[in-house]
Design a protein around this ligand. Sequence first.
Ligand code: ZN
Length: 376
Amino acid sequence: MEPLEKLNRLTESHGELRPGKGMVSGVIAFGLASLCFLGVLAFHFPEYLTTPQLRKAYNVDAMRLLLFWSLVLSGALALFNVIRSRARWLALGAFTLIGLSLALGGHKVPVNDFPDGTPYIGLDWFILDLLGSTLIFVFIEKAFALRKDQPVFRAEWQTDFHHFIVNHMVVGFILLATNLLVHKLFGWAARDGIRAWVQDLPFPIALFAIVLVADLVQYWTHRAYHEVPVLWRLHAVHHSVKSMDWLAGSRQHILELLITRTLVLAPIYVLGFSKEVIDAYIVIVGFQAVFNHANVSVRLGPLRYVLVTPNFHHWHHSQDAEALDRNYAAHFAFLDHLFGTAVKAEREWPERYGVLGDYVPNGFGRQLVFPFVWKG
Ligand SMILES: [Zn+2]
């Protein structure tokens, strides 16, 4: 079989990578080489392929170093597999991408001054978040697995990965659109006095307040998604995942992303939290949104009545009878206990995930149109 055909087969398949055949190291080498290649492209066209807000946060020299060592590691793994004659076709794929990356300048591509305000896709955000999330969450999921027999490449991983790619690429559009919507729709509510007062709150208090405010809005928005039929059409896409892991949370309809972000950001903008507080909130929400879906056995003992854990959110995604339309909070579990929507179950963990009746089709494109074509 042709290497390319084998590669296609691999990406279309799912299940455990057989150990001892060079598949795990081969996939790591190939994945890393792909990200390196994309990284080199981002260096060549920063005005179209990188995110201005993110560019400010990272150091370009550190990125070059990361790119260099990723190329080295990927090449070393591929070379090792070639020498041991394990999955050579996969190593060949990695070498091709490494070769292309080097031919295009590798980690030494010069970055000249470039114009601001060009339309862009968040390729840098995609590369860095995929790299970081894979490192952190695959490790956590292997170390504290809930369902130990669930492989990294489980069923329908392609669909969620497709959502992950698109959600990251359109980050610029989402930022622009939510900002515009928040200002247009909620700008009238901002009061200088209140904003100044909130701005001066001590950091810990402000942080608690921002997460609480965000979660209160998130709770009622989320509840509306479940209780208003037309909104459920959008949200059903998110609930159609049947295996929970860190990637599963990426499955979300873009319209839902837009509506929820706008509504959650509205009070944050109106109240005028400081930049440090908003940045800390973004880190918390970014981590928790992924972690809550992860395949980890975390319940937190009595603290689980206060904070949202993977256990709490796994129940939200269950199609078991006691779990339907329950556990809406994203940060503070006590909101569901307060509003009477917390799951009360004898068992510690749910049995089945997904939409009851399983009527949402698999595949990114079909899920994108699903809310508009579903005859439910
Ligand atoms: Zn939900």
